[in-house]
Design a protein around this ligand. Sequence first.
Ligand code: DQA
Length: 138
Amino acid sequence: MNILIINGPNLNLLGKREKTIYGDASFEVYLESLRKRYNEINIVYYQSNIEGELINKIHEYGFDYDGIILNAGAYTHTSIALADAIRSVTTPVIEVHISNVHKREEYRHTSMISSACMGVILGFGLDSYRLAIEAFKK
Ligand code: DQA
């Protein structure tokens, strides 16, 4: 099984950024634990702060991989282009968020991408990514 995890803007700063919301673990360390736990799965990781690069990555992997786990960061709330990219490929995409965006500012309550995704997992901290892997395994 091949899974691509994509993190969008500012998620390169996990572990340093707004720790009370996003925790103090870096994604690289968490990723290592995921790879150990699911050593039968090939997990590729990509992060970019640039919207078009996220779209390019979805196009690149979106016809061959079994699943894409996407945390689009703030582009979640704004990007019709990302939603179109998700709709354009055949690989199912699960939207994830570390925080429960519905408990936060109102502008975070809207997702432009949810309706293009297979499902949404949010609010479980970094464990949201693992839950998405479990969903793909099923
Ligand atoms: C986030 C939630 C977004 O609203 C925010 O812009 C992020 C992170 C999350 O994982 O909780 O950058 O996607």
